[in-house]
Design a protein around this ligand. Structure first.
Ligand SMILES: [Zn+2]
Length: 68
């Protein structure tokens, strides 16, 4: 279980396993809250949660569009 899925987001349907995230080309960095790292350009970003504290659609997308 990823840290991403804990607590407020536990009820979110948008759960991704580490395998699924790897398939998207990203990995989760847990050092400073919720950060994702792109496997291609190594850009890191923190997806903004929506008002209901669920993850936005396609939160795993690299801002540099590596995995769009
Ligand atoms: Zn990227």
């Amino acid at each position: 279980m990823l840290a991403i899925c804990r607590k407020p987001m536990a009820s979110s349907r948008r759960r991704l396993s580490a395998d699924e995230m790897a398939r998207r080309g990203v990995r989760l960095l847990n050092k400073y809250g919720m950060f994702l790292e792109c496997n291609w350009c190594y850009h890191t970003w923190s997806p903004r949660l929506r008002r209901d504290l669920t993850l936005p659609r396609r939160f795993w997308e690299c801002p540099n569009r590596c995995n769009w």
